[in-house]
Design a protein. Structure first.
Length: 221
């Protein structure tokens, strides 16, 4: 009886260890919060490149692509109903924002969603932008004529839009022309640890032991 109980319990623990472990993160650029070690999320504050980094898990980068690689800026209020956003340097017709999420080896990023807000102009009710999500193997583009962001209500973009393009060791999110008057907030993603091949070998060995123990029990009975 001792052996027949010990093997299944050990196998259960082994099976649990083989499961992928995921952790979720949300990066908000709300007014008054800290955008990394050297910046606050206030109007025209630059986002620090370490904002959102988790040692040994994920590394973030923020870039105003058409402005010599400078970081994205934060803004407190005025982009739809969002309490703060990040946007790119430039102008309405010449601005390109890029956020890159890099997972550590053996881990996978899954982009879950984010919000886009539009800066309010007295005569404008909406702004347009071109959105792209890619992971090195596939990409998903959302053209400006389709993606309209209202100045009163933000647009939520989630996995139903970018699908497989939002998962990989490196995931890049870009929006441009207009990335100056269209800002992003509430960047939501998960990081999943992918089991090593040796782990699967241990799982198979555990299955073999469980099968042998079951056969021995039946033979004894």
């Amino acid at each position: 009886m001792k052996l027949s109980h010990a093997i299944p319990l050990g196998f259960a623990a082994l099976a649990f260890s083989c499961g992928a472990l995921a952790a979720e993160y949300t990066l908000s650029f709300n007014d008054g919060t800290t955008c990394g070690s050297s910046s606050s999320c206030n109007s025209y504050g630059g986002v620090s490149q370490d904002y959102g980094d988790v040692a040994g898990i994920v590394n973030m980068s923020y870039e105003s692509v058409d402005s010599g690689g400078k970081s994205l800026l934060s803004f407190s209020l005025g982009y739809s109903e969002l309490q703060g956003v990040v946007f790119a340097l430039g102008s309405a017709t010449n601005s390109h924002a890029r956020i890159t999420l890099n997972a550590a080896p053996g881990q996978t990023i899954s982009l879950l969603g984010f919000d886009l807000g539009a800066w309010r102009y007295p005569s404008d009710t909406s702004r347009f932008t071109t959105l792209s999500v890619k992971n090195g193997n596939s990409s998903q583009d959302y053209d400006a004529p389709t993606l309209k962001v209202l100045t009163t209500t933000s647009s939520h973009i989630d996995t139903t839009y970018f699908g497989a393009a939002g998962a990989g060791q490196t995931v890049t999110l870009e929006w441009k022309n207009d990335a100056f008057n269209v800002g992003l907030d509430n960047l939501h993603f998960s990081v999943t640890q992918v089991p090593e091949p040796e782990t699967y070998a241990l799982l198979l060995a555990g299955l073999g032991l469980l099968g042998a123990a079951t056969r021995k029990k039946r033979h004894t009975a």
